[in-house]
Design a binder for this molecule. Structure first.
Ligand SMILES: [Zn+2]
Length: 319
């Protein structure tokens, strides 16, 4: 809810990064390598602290074998924070398959008011005209495309009420493992390019869609118009992104969501970092098995799995 000035600062910093990036000949040494553009950071906000604790159990936990390897470099973490982080890593390693290790730079630092964490890929890579997050592009090409971390993740040192334990978070505490699971979800590709500036909207970064953008629609029907087919930087797209009527639609998503497209968070006021790149909070509330990727995590809310729907979105975007 708190649209902090720090988020605006973060957006400005990203722009700077993007401009700096154009000078880097990323992938130039590898003949067919796709070209890179700076990635984006997507946060999760602190939801209400009160209320009854909820737990969504991960049905695969302890059963599924690792299918990928995350390599995390930590800065500023206590041993208990690292252990809690590692539990989210173990979960994702069992859900995602890649022949290329997924590198993560994780830092513990002050973030904006109400922001629990934020993450995204260092770069997005152009593969046949569509942009993919580092980890997806690496998987597709079968090698590490760039030495920069595949995921840059930040977690807030401002909160004194983190829960780092293995068990569910009690009332009044934010479950750190759930927040890490959420942010790593963004890092591996749960985000789109959607943004609104004034009255106009875009679903492109430097003129190209992120793979996520190819599945977003204005409306929930099979025939509803795809956002990426609307004119770039148009008021039509600006209105659509604030319509409270944006859905992610793919066959796998429908299978995982009772035959329906998945409603995204698209409130009437654009919320940079929260709008569009999250599932709808009201549709997937605390306690829902698919609520990991909503824009906020509340006190006592423990969910350490993307659910079938989260996985279906990730499969659509390239996994
Ligand atoms: Zn998020």
């Amino acid at each position: 809810m708190r649209r902090s000035s720090s988020l605006l600062t973060a957006a400005a910093a990203l722009t700077t990064t993007a401009m700096a990036m154009t000078a880097i000949p990323a992938g130039a040494a590898d003949a067919p390598a796709p070209r890179a553009t700076a990635g984006t950071q997507v946060p999760v906000f602190a939801g209400p602290l009160g209320g009854t604790p909820s737990l969504v159990a991960d049905g695969d936990a302890g059963r599924a074998a690792p299918a990928s390897k995350f390599v995390v470099t930590y800065t500023g973490f206590t041993p208990e924070a690292k252990a809690a982080f590692q539990r989210a890593v173990t979960m994702w390693q069992s859900k995602l398959s890649s022949p290329v290790p997924i590198t993560v730079k994780a830092s513990w630092e002050p973030l904006g008011s109400g922001v629990l964490g934020s993450a995204g890929p260092s770069y997005v890579w152009d593969v046949n005209g569509v942009l993919y997050a580092d980890a997806v592009a690496n998987k597709k090409s079968g090698k590490q495309l760039h030495a920069a971390p595949d995921i840059v993740a930040r977690f807030s040192s401002n909160f004194s009420n983190w829960h780092f334990g293995t068990g569910p978070a009690p009332a009044g505490k934010y479950d750190f493992t759930s927040v890490v699971a959420h942010e790593l979800g963004h890092g591996v590709g749960f985000f789109g390019a959607g943004r609104v500036s004034g009255s106009t909207g875009s679903v492109r970064i430097n003129g190209k869609n992120v793979s996520y953008d190819r599945y977003t629609k204005l409306g929930a029907n099979a025939s509803s118009p795809l956002l990426w087919k609307m004119p770039d930087n148009s008021t039509q797209l600006g209105s659509a992104l604030r319509s409270n009527n944006v859905y992610f639609d793919a066959p796998g998503v429908r299978s995982a969501n009772g035959g329906k497209a998945a409603k995204l968070y698209a409130p009437g006021t654009w919320r940079q970092g929260s709008s569009y790149s999250h599932l709808d909070e009201a549709t997937f509330p605390k306690g829902s098995p698919n609520s990991l990727m909503t824009y906020a995590i509340g006190g006592g809310e423990t969910i350490r799995t993307p659910g079938n729907l989260g996985m279906a979105v990730l499969k659509a975007v390239g996994w």
